[in-house]
Design a protein. Structure first.
Lengths: 230, 230
DNA sequence: TACATTTGATATGTAGGACATATCTACATA
DNA sequence: TATGTAGATATGTCCTACATATCAAATGTA
């Protein structure tokens, strides 16, 4: 008995490879020195010598940083620091098929949370032009009951537009990445549920109503999803 | 004139390296085949031959996937598919010093959005035990005006606990990663601003008040930050 | 037969050498 | 001034080699 408990507490010792170490070393190096994008870095050979590893190892570490967008490399020019695309690496991993059920559920909730929190910034930034466009989207979806595929693409278009109206590019991209997962979780439902507040209703609230009314409307719109949470 | 316009339209052609291609190839391969974690993958040499590249290139690509947590490797055992830590790669890049101002602002807003959207899930999951712990945190912060460092660590402890009360691990971790950036943006203020609703007030609302009251309270608590947004 | 030990094969981790290619610098030329 | 040439340099790719860890089979022992 005691043995099993002990084993459960044990975690595999971190078999850090040289590439892992060098990667971390380089990331710390880049952060500390407060470089600016465009600054040149030592060459691979210099790094290898300085760190006492082979050029292979350095290249593996650099390959990772390159993927993260932290550095760029040009022939002869050497390496230069660059601004990472903070969502880029996220995107690579965000696939419903390779994420465990518990995390999928977490992300589902994360998106619901965002949706409910949008009102304040939305009311700060919304414009007449955006409202018209949103209304056009909502109206084009009016003939309801066109099947699952149409329903999902409608949701994507409408809610995507709302995020875009916040003027926050990062938020908009982030939500776009979450969509496949959101869609996946919804597709697990047997019976598609629809809230009592429609897209058109939400548009009308946005036009004339208050933040609080919009939030209440969004809650009703998403109610079927919230009801699924325990 | 025409020449300059032409040049403006030109973008550098994507100099994809072999490692980039192989990385994408492998990711698609892993997704398509619907492997389960633990499944064994071909050896580096087999992959290299199958793709017609050197083992070096394959190793660079695999090194990236290893960083993302998509695969694990053991000597002799070969490679096995594993569940990526979706936030792990995010963490590597999330440093205020290497993110541009506009994205920092976006992330600042993202956190405000989350904070305002928490109410629904929070009221679904909060327990008496959690409330007590949250109250303890809030009370321990009562003697105000202990300087910037104490103020920030108080914010972190209190708001962190709220996220934890949602029972959503991904959300909690995500918020924790956003904290340095949030703190950084705040630290740019000359005069620290404090909302009219304190942590204690929020706890009291959580104990007896409604979701709507909590949301209103949180809005007041965060008002100084929202006022900074245009 | 059952179990423990040894041995060999295999895949990864690391090192180092080689060369093609792109591109920067300097110099030469019209 | 603009263009073209030559050399130097850093990356991109390939190859070979070997240490090490580990699985699997062979061997030895009770």
């Amino acid at each position: 008995m005691a043995k099993i408990d002990l084993i459960k507490d044990l975690v595999p010792i971190a078999q850090n490879t040289m590439a892992d170490i060098v990667e971390k070393e380089l990331r710390d190096y880049l952060k500390k020195k407060s470089f600016k994008p465009g600054d040149a870095l030592p060459s691979e050979l210099e790094l290898a010598e300085a760190l006492g590893v082979s050029r292979n190892v350095v290249r593996e570490a650099l390959s990772r940083l390159r993927m993260l967008g932290m550095v760029e490399t040009r022939k002869r020019r050497g390496m230069i620091l660059s601004r990472p695309d903070i969502l880029g690496s996220f995107e690579r991993v965000l696939d419903p098929l390779i994420i465990d059920a518990s995390t999928l559920q977490d992300i589902f909730e994360l998106r619901l949370t965002l949706e409910m929190g949008l009102a304040d910034i939305l009311y700060l930034r919304k414009t007449k032009k955006d409202l018209k466009e949103l209304e056009a989207i909502a109206k084009s979806q009016e003939p309801k009951g066109k099947g699952q595929a149409f329903r999902i693409s409608s949701e994507v278009a409408f809610h995507g537009k709302i995020y875009q109206m916040t003027g926050n590019d990062t938020l908009t991209r982030f939500q776009n990445m979450l969509l496949p997962i959101f869609g996946y979780v919804i597709s697990l439902e047997k019976v598609p549920k629809i809230g009592t507040v429609s897209h058109i209703d939400l548009v009308n609230i946005l036009k004339d109503g208050s933040k609080e009314e919009f939030r209440a409307g969004m809650m009703e719109h998403l109610k079927p999803h919230f009801d699924r949470l325990k």
